[in-house]
Design a protein around this ligand. Structure first.
Ligand code: SF4
Ligand code: SF4
Ligand code: SF4
Length: 154
């Protein structure tokens, strides 16, 4: 016995029909720059997205996202747009950290400070930043006791 294929009405959907839609938290998180700097007052982008989805944080907390980012968040949440809160930090061009290798004493403090594991090195050995992973969050700069980490514009 042959089976009759189901009728087709034009091209299929781009995703399987039963694929789950991204949650509101996920969609908010995707709009954030993923710098993981904590300037929003939360422990990274995802916790800030969580707080916005719960209605506990405004859309203006993220300096790396700038005014455009705050607008995009407001659009998604269907709330009035507002500029980002300048008191939280400055919106800057993308940066990466660079370690002045000759001055590094290998204390490992920058490794512990980096939220995205972009620094490699062992105790008493020179450390280096893996540039493609660095978000430019600046958290390693104050952690360095010999001030040998600089931020460069990308
Ligand atoms: S300020 Fe923006 S980029 Fe930094 S952790 Fe918060 S949401 Fe992420
Ligand atoms: S290397 Fe420094 S600036 Fe780059 S992500 Fe890590 S802590 Fe942030
Ligand atoms: S904190 Fe500074 S001195 Fe210590 S390992 Fe990192 S770059 Fe080197």
């Amino acid at each position: 016995m042959s089976t009759i294929p189901p009728p087709r009405h034009g091209p299929g959907p781009p995703f399987p029909m039963n694929a789950p839609l991204p949650s509101l938290v996920e969609r908010l998180d995707r709009l954030l720059p993923q710098t993981q700097c904590g300037q929003c007052g939360y422990d990274g982008c995802r916790p800030y997205a969580d707080a916005m989805a719960r209605g506990e944080a405004g859309v203006d907390h993220c300096p790396p996202g700038g005014d455009a980012g705050a607008r995009a968040l407001a659009r998604l949440l269907q709330v009035p747009a507002r500029p980002y809160d300048r008191r939280r930090g400055q919106h800057k061009a993308p940066q990466v950290a660079v370690i002045v290798e000759a001055d590094c004493i290998g204390c490992t403090k920058c490794i512990k400070a980096c939220p995205v594991d972009a620094i490699v090195g062992g105790a008493k050995r020179m450390h280096v930043v893996l540039e493609p992973l660095c978000t430019g969050c600046e958290l390693c700069v104050p952690a360095c006791p010999v001030d040998c980490i600089a931020l460069l514009d990308v």
